[in-house]
Ligand binder design. Structure first.
Ligand code: HEC
Length: 106
């Protein structure tokens, strides 16, 4: 009996854990990248200290739209994936991130 309850709990908890790894966020058609950023990203990504419109500090390898788009689609260790940000919107958001980032100094 106890084992069955425990197994059920494990299944339920795993479900919650997986749900947290992928966002269901879907942008409104025609929404500007700024709106998408504010809705989907700004809750976690705050402006850098001493700057009001730069959010990211990216290394040379990361400072390109391809890397950023991959990040958005697949997420990270703590960051959820956004599989529903696609096409034009993904490209526009990737450029928005690039424009609002600074070069990482080691
Ligand atoms: C739940 C919080 C959360 C949300 C929402 C979120 N991120 Fe992140 N993001 C993170 C964390 C934490 C990292 C770094 C560690 C990791 O990979 O998990 C990160 C890393 C990144 C990176 C890699 C560069 C860096 O600073 O490490 C980019 C680019 C990025 N996020 C863009 C976005 C964009 C664009 C969105 C919105 C579509 C978004 N994030 C939404 C938490 C979040």
């Amino acid at each position: 009996m106890f084992n069955r309850v425990f197994a059920l709990l494990v299944v339920i908890c795993t479900g919650f854990f997986l749900a947290a790894c992928s966002s269901h966020y879907v942008a409104v058609q025609g929404a500007s990248p700024e709106t998408v950023f504010n809705d989907a990203c700004a809750g976690c990504h705050h402006p850098l200290p001493a700057s009001s419109d730069k959010y990211f500090s990216l290394s040379d390898d990361e400072r390109n739209a391809g890397y950023i788009a991959g990040r958005i689609l697949h997420g990270g260790v703590m960051m959820p994936a956004f599989p529903h940000i696609e096409g034009e919107q993904l490209a526009a958001l990737s450029h928005f991130v690039l424009e609002h980032s600074v070069e990482k100094t080691k």
